[in-house]
Ligand binder design. Structure first.
Ligand code: NAI
Ligand code: MG
Length: 485
């Protein structure tokens, strides 16, 4: 069992009070590692390190070119260590190794993208009518506290760190308590890629004890959070006292909408992929599957047929298409929604835990159908492999049902009729809309939600904007006094 330390001011340290928490392999339910159980004093130490690195150096003296090169070297280092990172990620989170490998490749791509973008941050000349030169300068927002979830542990770390560093911010990253390992592994390479001490600090621990003190800390300027809507609401309240900049990505209950004219084979695949990839532990999971009446019964049947053949098993086996859920807590949450679903709808497949797998937090891929959109399984984020299939009559009906949710992260539409598909794109209240696909995510394109799925955008040039302030500079060119008094 490996005992990890966390990174504060370039040093590998334990929590001040010396406590550790266990890290599990969800496929065996065994403890495989330990990480420091940080509390307020550790959060404070990390923030002070980030503050000093931002205010007095070395980060302000590091040019955009050099920051970019650091990110490019980090990307290269991730690619070299990809097999190790993917294995640890898969073992700790339960996600299939093949998916973990895709994640790690995306991590490297994210560092590359922002490595390139670091030198493309530009200001403006403002056309004011005065005899003056008016400028807008872009400056880093300062110290960023970044709190991330367990479903894409290293990828979420990259989505947070890469734009912040490109912008010139310093960071305190708090990984999820379930999955702290890959962020710590990544951090071992900071010295060799030239990242100075204190610029990125990693504090491991629980939300209330290690996360909340970061959000409340007066020396933190910005909080970036991905996780549950419940915690997102608390973060906004906690950040209010010190008027921190906040961005939130809070998941959803995303509709995946199938019209009768869609390519049927592709549609079935898209419905399953949309909701079952990564065990359904996906913020943008297409967990509400809306199907037009003429194909509804055939659709449920075909989905069920294919879902029954999904290969569940140990995440490190290459044929595995679905591993265990991340934790006992998440397993129990999903199991309870399976029971709720049985009261609210009909079961097409699954609904329990797989009999063949005695240990590990496995649940069956589950399909409920004939659910009203008002059902809890159609309104609440389950964050597991549970699909709710809902019939609809026509385009208007589809729009009404799709938008009838407090969330608005993502949506997808399947149709061969481009007029109808594009009308749907405009009508859907969601931050991401896919047509004839669901889930592909690219670092070049914006990511984030409408409504209670949060605010702010990650990735692309939008991602770096969230870490920048705008300073107006007015340079008077008149050599006389103002002459008013
Ligand atoms: P969570 O929202 O409690 O945890 C996410 C992160 O926030 C973790 O790093 C956690 O330590 C931290 N956190 C928790 N309480 C905090 C607090 N008071 N102050 C500061 N940081 C805090 O999510 P949890 O409990 O792991 O999962 C619950 C549900 O949240 C899931 O079933 C799912 O529906 C949703 N979720 C959504 C995610 C998304 O990608 N949008 C990711 C993870 C969970
Ligand atoms: Mg929680």
């Amino acid at each position: 069992m490996k005992r990890y330390r966390m990174l504060i001011n370039g040093e590998w340290v334990e929590a001040a009070r010396g406590a550790f928490f266990p890290v599990y392999d969800p496929s065996t339910e065994e403890v495989t590692a330990e990480a420091p159980d940080a509390a307020a004093e550790d959060a404070d130490r990390a923030v002070r390190a980030a503050r000093a690195a931002f205010d007095t150096g070395p980060w302000p003296q590091t040019t955009a070119q050099e920051r970019g090169r650091i990110l490019l070297r980090l990307a290269e280092r991730v690619r070299k260590g990809a097999a190790m990172l993917a294995e640890i990620e898969s073992r700790n989170s339960g996600k299939p190794i093949v998916e973990a490998e895709f994640d790690v490749a995306d991590v490297a791509t994210c560092f590359e993208y922002y490595g390139g973008l670091a030198t493309k941050v530009m200001g403006h000349v403002n056309p004011v009518p005065d005899n003056a030169l008016s400028l807008s300068l872009r400056e880093p927002v300062g110290v960023a506290a970044q709190i991330i979830p367990w479903n894409y542990p290293l990828l979420m770390a990259a989505w947070k760190l890469a734009p912040a560093l490109a912008a010139g911010c310093t960071c305190v990253l708090k990984p999820a308590e379930q999955t702290p390992l890959t962020a710590l592994e990544l951090a071992q390479w900071f010295p060799e890629v030239g990242l100075p001490p204190g610029v990125v600090n990693i504090v491991t621990g629980f939300g209330e004890t290690a996360g909340a003190p970061l959000v409340q800390h007066p020396d933190v300027n910005k909080v970036a959070f991905t996780g549950s809507a419940a915690v997102g609401k608390q973060i906004v309240k906690m950040a209010a006292d010190t008027i921190k900049r906040v961005t939130l990505e809070l998941g959803g209950k995303s509709p995946n909408i199938f019209f009768a004219d869609a390519d049927f084979e592709a549609a079935i695949d898209g419905a399953l992929f949309g909701v079952f990839i990564n065990q359904g532990e996906v913020c943008s999971a297409g967990s509400r599957i809306l199907v037009e009446h003429p194909i509804y019964s055939r659709f449920v049947e075909a989905m069920t047929e294919k879902a029954k053949r999904i290969k569940l098993g140990p995440p490190l086996e290459r044929e595995t298409k679905m591993g265990p859920l991340v934790s006992r807590e998440q397993y129990e949450r999903v199991r309870s929604y399976q029971e709720i679903g049985k009261q609210e709808a009909k079961v097409a497949s699954g609904g329990g835990r797989p009999a063949a797998l005695a240990r590990g937090y496995y649940v069956e891929p589950t399909i409920f159908y004939d659910a009203p959109n008002s059902a809890r399984i159609a309104q609440e984020e389950i964050f597991g492999p549970v699909a709710t299939v809902i019939p609809f009559a026509d385009e208007k009906d589809a729009i009404r049902i799709a938008n009838d949710t407090p969330y608005g992260l993502a949506a997808a539409v399947w149709s061969r009729d481009i007029f109808k598909a594009f009308r749907m794109v405009k009508a859907l209240r969601a931050g991401v809309v896919w047509v004839n696909h669901m889930q592909p995510t690219f670092v070049e394109a914006p990511w984030g939600g409408y409504k209670q799925s949060g605010f702010g955008r990650e990735l692309g040039p939008w991602g770096i904007e969230e870490y920048l302030e705008t300073k107006q500079v007015h340079i008077n060119l008149n050599e006389q006094p103002i002459g008013w008094y």
